[in-house]
Ligand binder design. Sequence first.
Ligand code: FE
Length: 139
Amino acid sequence: MKTKAIDDPSYPVRKSDAEWREQLDPMQYQVARHAATERPFSGKYWDHFERGRYDCIGCGTPLFRSDSKFDAGCGWPSYAEPMNAEVVERVRDASLGMLRIEVRCNKCGTHLGHVFDDGPEPSGERFCINSAAINFAPD
Ligand code: FE
């Protein structure tokens, strides 16, 4: 699996650091652009189960639906799958002395969280996503 800079020129939506700082609040900026992780049980969506979709905080691309959201007990919003395979990108993340799969918005590179293989069937995957990286839009 590849590694890739978060501001790689290949992302269709690109903004300067100043533009990202202007658009995002400080927590959103640290998560989205510097791959920070919000503290568990601190974000606005870990315990949020209304019907609707969750869009990228960076570019507005719809990423996840409430149908695939489940309570993983971990303190972050958890989804069994994205809206489709193309909206997210998987990137190798060897930070913090472990090997994980980072999940980003495929359009703007925003860091969303990580994907693990301990999710519910049939996907078997758990997309562990920062609330600060997404915005809920009710149906
Ligand atoms: Fe995005």
